[in-house]
Ligand binder design. Structure first.
Ligand SMILES: C[S@@+](CC[C@H](N)C(=O)[O-])C[C@H]1O[C@@H](n2cnc3c(N)ncnc32)[C@H](O)[C@@H]1O
Length: 212
């Protein structure tokens, strides 16, 4: 489990952030034994498959101080927890319908001592509020996801990029995204050289995408 892979791709981390990323593996190892949120195989590759993958969003979009981001279907905290470490002045809301997953997130966040994360144990459809960006990984196909999250994106954009959805997805997305003409795809293989990233992408869907 090599944390150096993060330091290599994110060379400007502060001492505190480096310490938090190092601590993260111990916290997940410990909590994963009590409540399984990451597969046994993946826990040994936590940095490569989960933490770095989550941070792939940051290669596409920097989040500003005081901006608000919601991670929908965060599970054990991906991509929300690594992003909250990377952007300590941005506010993150991590939502999952399953209580025991949110319990792990709460424990990891407390263990890290970060104060920019709020967790919600509910389906996202029931969550009130509007956010600058929605981030997610492995939750639902885009049409379902867009339906669930409708009305949760702020109309006013403070980032240069228009507010919207930043979704980590893999494989051939032609069929899934065919109705979203304004969707933009960013290949993570342009940023990370490991085989795992060969087909991984960040899908950006701006607010008020136009249909066919
Ligand atoms: C395959 S897991 C992915 C977890 C995490 N995003 C990751 O990539 O490791 C999907 C998660 O989405 C959650 N989920 C599915 N539909 C949801 C909804 N409508 N609202 C909130 N959470 C949801 C599930 O409870 C589950 O924890």
């Amino acid at each position: 489990m090599e944390v150096e892979v993060l330091f290599q791709y994110f060379p400007n981390l502060s001492k505190e952030q480096k310490e938090q990323f190092i601590l993260l593996a111990d916290l997940y190892k410990d909590w994963n034994m009590k409540i399984n949120v990451v597969s046994r195989k993946d826990i040994d590759e936590l940095y490569l498959r989960h933490v770095l993958h989550s941070l792939g969003i940051a290669k596409i979009q920097n989040f500003l101080p005081n901006a608000s981001i919601i991670d929908v279907g965060t599970g054990g905290g991906f991509p929300g927890v690594p992003l909250a470490i990377l952007f300590p002045e941005t506010k993150f809301t991590l939502v999952d319908a399953i209580g025991k997953k949110i319990k792990v997130v709460d424990e990891v966040v407390a263990g890290l001592g970060i104060n920019n994360v709020t967790t919600v144990n509910d389906r996202v459809e029931n969550v009130k509020g509007e956010f600058d960006f929605i981030v997610s990984r492995a939750v639902a196909a885009m049409p379902t996801f867009v339906h669930w999250t409708r009305g949760k994106i702020k109309k006013e954009s403070v980032h240069e990029r228009k507010n919207g959805i930043l979704y980590l997805k893999g494989g051939d997305l032609t069929e899934e995204l065919k109705e979203y003409r304004t969707a933009e795809l960013f290949s993570l293989s342009d940023y990370f050289k490991e085989d795992f990233y060969e087909t991984k992408k960040v899908v950006y869907l701006p607010l008020k995408y136009r249909g066919k």
